[in-house]
Design a protein around this ligand. Structure first.
Ligand code: GLC
Length: 530
């Protein structure tokens, strides 16, 4: 893939559609709302939007339970709205990536209704049906990702079906050739409509152990953790045969020019990178969530970058993610000052960055009162802090009621900071986080060194992460202070440069030498040799 491939140079922006912009006053965001905000995304400077599922769904898992892969849920609009959205996005030079949820359907999907209608149904084998275990209970010890057994008893046909998530999300049987064909056709349906790629939900889950062996116990399990952690997921996910499916999906995308395949994969590095596939014929971008899980200090993050760069296969293109609709927001994890450093890290590392809506205005930790809880995971396993509502609250557009998100009652409460923290106010504030994001994105666009350039770490004292990015004759230095004290970065004697951008947005053009002073919580991008 040449270095000007759009998904290598570009920035992906994730939209959680329920929370971006409501256009009809029902308190839930929709496609028309996204369309109305396209100019904001162009102003911000991102290249592609990925929209979490918008398909017909009973919304047991807010769209990750699909009842029709080729339809739009009326909550979000209709196919005409989708066509209009993609047309207008493309007219502005924005790419559009859809979420594809192949591991499971809704239990209301016609395929599952048919499958559960009888043991001899032609679609019986489209899902995973098993007889009870020897004790009459579930067939094995697999746990649902949302707690409890992953097996649901079906009284009418006297078998269990498997669901890695909610019981309303039965897993498809990806060992069945008809399932694969039907699902690849749904990809083509959207590719024909012009979508630029897919983010594939829980792609590492698609194939399960052929013998359904029990998972081994996890000796490190603590009761404060989600129940899924009681066992190591040795047999229920990441099976060798999954790579065949990934490469088949990739082949479908390759029937069309310039499409991107992104895989959602929560696995340790060495297993994650296998999803690039042999000869890079797997996912273009197996999502790299390591920044989400690594402690926010220079030593650990520095080590992580090194290990990731080392683990990548030859020619495999890196990517970085700071947050998404399943993870506590970066602002909540590291606080407002380090959120600026995090933005600079995300947008200067080698690899495609994925931003999460709302992070650019600094939405932090939002407390959800018990009566407002929506997330089924929080309802299934309450009190452990597993709920994902805090990172799914509505976007703040202006200082009006409900932040300009809706004229009705929002489906989740807004962050109480919204009257003073919204796009309209922050975009005119020269020192805001939003302004920083915009400058970072602009700089990344202007300097190929920052997007597709080479990467090399620079040795630094405690609290500092430093690296060089270069392309052609241009050399840039990035120095980030992850601590709250002033720090100095010592570079080789005679180093000369000038500041291109500081996270505090006030040191532009400042000349720097071999000793670079970083303020507390400050990041700098420096052009070297000038
Ligand atoms: C993925 C989604 C998450 C969803 C789950 C089941 O992890 O990101 O939101 O609940 O899959 O589809």
């Amino acid at each position: 893939m040449p270095e000007n491939t759009w998904w290598k140079r570009g920035i992906v922006y994730q939209i959680y559609p329920r929370s971006f912009q409501d256009s009809n006053g029902d308190g839930i965001g929709d496609l028309e709302g996204i369309r109305q905000r396209l100019d904001y995304l162009v102003w911000l400077g991102v290249d592609a939007i990925w929209i979490s599922p918008i398909y017909n769904s009973p919304m047991a898992d807010f769209g990750y339970d699909v009842a029709d892969y080729c339809g739009i849920d009326p909550i979000f609009g209709a196919l005409e709205d989708f066509d209009r959205l993609i047309g207008e996005a493309h007219a502005r030079g924005l790419k559009l990536i859809l979420d594809f949820v192949p591991n499971h359907t809704s239990d209301q999907h016609p395929w599952f209704r048919e499958s559960r209608s009888s043991r001899t149904s032609p679609k019986r084998d489209w899902y995973i049906w098993r007889n009870p275990g020897p004790d009459g209970g579930p067939p094995n010890n697999w746990i649902s990702n949302f707690g409890g057994s992953a097996w649901e008893w079906d009284e009418a046909t006297g078998q269990y079906y498997y669901h890695a998530f909610l019981k309303e999300q039965p897993d498809l049987n990806w060992r069945n050739a008809e399932v694969r064909k039907a699902m690849y056709d749904t990809l083509r349906f959207w590719l024909d409509r012009g979508v630029d790629g897919f983010r594939v939900d829980v792609i590492w889950h698609l194939i399960k152990d052929a013998e359904f062996r029990d998972n081994p116990p996890n000796l490190a399990y603590q009761p404060s953790q989600a129940e899924i952690n009681r066992f190591l997921q040795v047999y229920s996910a990441d099976q060798p045969e999954v790579h065949e499916v990934v490469s088949e999906m990739r082949a479908v995308l390759d029937e069309y020019p310039h499409r991107v395949l992104i895989g959602e994969i929560y696995l340790p590095l060495e297993r994650l990178v296998a999803y690039y596939g042999p000869d890079l014929a797997g996912a273009h971008l197996p999502f790299n969530f390591q920044l989400v899980h690594t402690a926010w200090n220079a030593r650990e993050i520095g080590t992580l970058i090194k290990e990731y760069e080392t683990a990548l296969p030859e020619g495999g293109w890196p990517n970085w993610v700071l947050g998404n609709h399943d993870q506590p927001r970066i602002g909540a994890r590291v606080g407002p000052r380090q959120a600026r450093v995090a933005a600079m890290l995300l947008l200067t590392l080698r690899g495609t960055p994925t931003m999460y809506y709302g992070d650019e205005i600094g939405i932090g930790k939002v407390e959800i009162p018990p009566e407002a809880v929506q997330d089924p995971w929080e309802k299934n396993e309450p009190g452990l802090g597993l709920g994902r509502d805090p990172e799914r609250t509505p976007m703040h557009w202006d200082g009006s009621d409900q932040g300009g998100f809706t004229s009705g009652n929002p489906w989740l409460p807004l962050d109480p900071s919204f009257p003073t923290c919204h796009v309209e106010g922050l975009r005119n504030d020269p020192s805001s986080l939003l302004t920083l994001y915009r400058h970072l994105i602009e700089l990344r666009r202007q300097h190929l060194a920052l997007s597709v350039g080479r990467y090399a770490p620079v040795a630094a004292e405690r609290d500092i992460i430093a690296y060089e990015r270069w392309h052609g004759t241009e050399r840039l230095l990035v120095a980030l202070n992850l601590g709250h004290e002033p720090r100095t970065l010592s570079l080789p004697h005679r180093t000369m440069g000038r500041v291109l951008l500081s996270t505090s947005l006030d040191r532009r053009e400042e000349p720097v030498g071999a000793q670079i002073d970083l303020r507390p919580d400050e990041g700098l991008i420096v052009a070297l040799g000038t």
